[in-house]
Write a protein that binds this ligand. Sequence first.
Ligand code: C2E
Ligand code: CA
Ligand code: CA
Ligand code: CA
Length: 278
Amino acid sequence: AKSLGGGTWRFFAPDMRPRANQTVQMEAELRGALSRREFTLHYQPQIDLRGDRVVGVEALLRWQHPQRGLLSPGSFLSLAEETGLILLINEWVLNEACRQGAAWEASGLRDLRVAVNMSPIQFKRQGVETLVKEALGASGMRPTSLELELTEGILLGNDEQIVKQMHILRSLGVTLSVDDFGTGYSSLSYLRSFPLHRLKIDRSFVQDLGSDPSALAIVRTIIDLGHILHLQVLAEGVETESQLQLLRSEGCDEGQGYYFSRPVPADEFADWIAQYGK
Ligand code: C2E
Ligand code: CA
Ligand code: CA
Ligand code: CA
């Protein structure tokens, strides 16, 4: 308990104040992180399970914090969303991923898809197609090499404006995937209303593939559903050989996960793919 004078006492849980302070401090730091160039992208390969070929990469945001070290989005994404800073951050992500994609293209890595996670609030704003066009124009990356990963939340409302934006993106050649498929509200009707290319099976199902028969049933159902709707299906979070074998035998098109590679900086990815190709 702390005396505030005048006989008033206020109680703080022992660790409450430091945590609140930390959030305030994080927010201040987050505001400056863009201008100090503390954000960086790591890339995780996406593998064609039939040809055993690298077909894409997912760009994943990291914050190289001067004191706290390399931070994953889990520790700052919600703060970035609450403060609206995610709009600026994700604009940077989009531009940086396209710049890197164009550099890889120029270095001879042909037909490598670069997937970018879209923030729901960014996608719900009008003009996301302008941001995308600018990023493609400035980088020179081919539009067909860009994929945007959307969460089911973005698709739920079946908002006319969003459908329109998606059609514009598609007409540019950009592809669209549904991230974490199976974990949201899964109103299956939206799959028909949107111009989608790919479903990404959430890693929670993939993780339980060997141990839980219902996980296998769900994975099988998503793969079948995707194929009936002419969508490609990618399994996230592949960590073991046996998960990979199961996914292959179920006809899953693509996989991504620690089994192949963790997300790594761009230069490490270039080294990795040179090895993998052999
Ligand atoms: P996500 O889009 O579902 O990305 C996949 C997450 O799973 C990544 O976590 C990745 O490192 C992790 N992962 C990949 N393979 C495996 C595996 O085999 N096993 C396990 N256990 N995990 C695996 P990360 O990088 O910490 O990103 C977390 C989330 O943050 C992402 O989930 C995505 O929703 C969000 N995010 C990442 N980058 C961005 C961004 O640039 N913008 C926005 N708006 N969100 C982002
Ligand atoms: Ca994703
Ligand atoms: Ca995901
Ligand atoms: Ca996720």
